[in-house]
Design a protein around this ligand. Structure first.
Ligand code: NDP
Length: 454
């Protein structure tokens, strides 16, 4: 009979699951990093001696608070708010706020953990954090959203400051919510400071922040393609989601010559066999950011455009060269990966955080498909938040072009770091998952050792 071997990764993960029960997304994120980091630690005993991995997976501080608010009919509601201040090793805690009914402690911890490595890759002085609430903004009036944001900030303001923790947006938190949160902080503290990023440029926001995650993801994919002497030109591109990240990924992929033939929202997907026009991309922005409708409306408005209710976008019948998941975690599973491989996919770049399941990721890697994990590919958003903090501190504004150039330089830098740590001498293939995890880990781990046992 074959003997079952328990690997150091299994032992480590058993302990993680015991200590953090009912947090599957957090376990998944830790496992994915540990798969590459544990063998590296075995070769570099200084990290083992300092027990770095056990320390890095433990948030420095977890804050859970009550958020009471009143709807337009006078009914009282209570939601739960979170801020997980994961790591301040490299700078003030930094990471978005998510308002979505699926939010719980495990989801926020997974996002905060990923953020630590992502922020390290940006090369900017940023620690890692994440927060949010299980509040569902869908179907709520402007006044209800404002009251919720004000109540959320009334609890959160005790724990953040421009030197301590600077939140931003994420799913369900865009410039509108950032405005209400910022207004409430300013009122409580009588202070106009860069306490949040993702602000509108009129009142302290950075140009390109809104575009930066989607643009940055496409810039990263552009670098991956250039590494193998290829480009977006003439490629069939599929993007999931139609929110902030998806909108600007579609836009930049089209600008670079890609043909975006599919996208989605939480209700279904749209197939555009001839590719999205810039007019249609603008319509998606209006629909999602102003009208707050569903994408089914677009199929009624545009000819040769088909809506499939309840179906993932990875199902579209055409050939797919590049897939850019930009919606949410675990939205692309092993079956979807198999379909994409059958359709000829050559490159997958994660605009969302952990949208690909572990099994799907392993399948892409085993087929030598270029695969960029979110912590590298979507780091352009937080990098531009870092630029917003720099502009706020100096009380200056950089123009569009300056910020876009800096964003491109950062994405090139992140790509370089991934190549340095992920290049296999044997196969010549670049493992971007290994590259991103190791480059982020080494920077944070070395800094932790230098700062002592805190
Ligand atoms: P938004 O709320 O703006 O958009 C999310 C989009 O995803 C919406 O179109 C939503 O549909 C869709 N969606 C949600 N669940 C599903 C699903 N199961 N299947 C298909 N579509 C779905 O969020 P963001 O664009 O800001 O964030 C998207 C992802 O990018 C998240 O993983 C986030 O953590 C990550 N990210 C965001 C950054 C940012 O700067 N905003 C930075 C780095 C990462 P509907 O409109 O119907 O709700």
């Amino acid at each position: 009979m074959k003997e079952l071997t328990v690997t150091p990764l299994d032992l480590f993960m058993n302990d993680v699951v015991d200590k953090n029960p009912n947090e599957p997304e957090f376990h998944q994120a830790v496992r994915e990093v540990s798969e590459t980091v544990i063998p590296y630690i075995e070769e570099n005993p200084k990290y083992k001696k300092a027990n770095i991995l056990q320390r890095i997976i433990e948030p420095e501080r977890t804050i859970i608070f009550r958020v009471p608010w009143m709807d337009d009919q006078g009914n009282v509601h209570v939601n739960r708010g979170y801020r997980v201040q994961f790591s301040s090793t490299l700078g003030p805690y930094k990471g978005g706020l998510r308002f979505h009914p699926s939010v719980n402690l495990g989801v926020i911890k997974f996002l905060g953990f990923e953020q630590v490595f992502k922020n390290a890759l940006t090369t900017l002085p940023l620690g890692g954090a994440k927060g949010g609430s299980n509040f569902d903004p869908k179907g709520r009036s402007e006044n209800e959203i404002m009251r919720f944001c004000q109540s959320f900030m009334t609890a959160l303001h005790l724990h953040i400051s421009k030197h301590t923790d600077v939140p931003a947006g994420d799913i369900g938190v865009g410039p509108r919510e950032i405005g209400y949160l910022f207004g409430q902080f300013k009122r409580i503290h009588n202070e106009f400071s860069g306490i949040l990023t993702g602000k509108r440029p009129n009142w302290g926001g950075s140009f390109i922040r809104l575009e930066s995650t989607g643009y940055g993801t496409v810039y990263f994919i552009q670098e991956m393609l250039a590494e193998v002497n290829d480009s977006f030109k003439g490629k069939n591109v599929v993007v999931s989601g139609s929110g902030n990240v998806a909108q600007f990924a579609m836009e930049k992929a089209s600008v670079l010559g890609g043909k975006v033939i599919g996208f989605s929202d939480s209700t279904g997907h749209i197939h555009v066999p001839n590719g999205m026009s810039f007019d249609m991309i603008e319509e998606v922005k209006f629909l999602k950011n102003e009208k707050r409708g569903t994408i089914s409306e677009l199929a009624e408005k545009y000819s040769d455009t088909w809506y499939y209710e309840g179906e993932r976008v990875w199902n579209i019948p055409d050939k797919v060269d590049i897939a850019i998941p930009c919606a949410t975690e675990n939205e692309l599973d092993e079956n979807d990966a198999r379909k994409l491989i059958e359709k000829g996919v050559r490159c997958v770049g994660e605009g969302a955080n952990m949208p690909t399941t572990t099994e799907a990721m392993h399948l892409f890697q085993s087929e030598n498909i270029l695969f960029a994990p979110g912590k590298a590919a979507n780091a352009g958003g937080v990098a531009t938040s870092g630029f917003e903090m720099a502009q706020n501190s100096a009380r200056i504004t950089w123009d569009h072009e300056t910020v876009d150039k800096k964003l491109q330089t950062i994405m090139k830098n992140i790509h370089r770091q991934c190549v340095t740590y992920g290049n296999s001498q044997k196969s010549g293939h670049i493992n971007y998952v290994r590259g991103a995890n190791l480059a982020g880990f080494v920077k944070v781990a070395d800094s932790m050792i230098e700062q002592g046992l805190v």
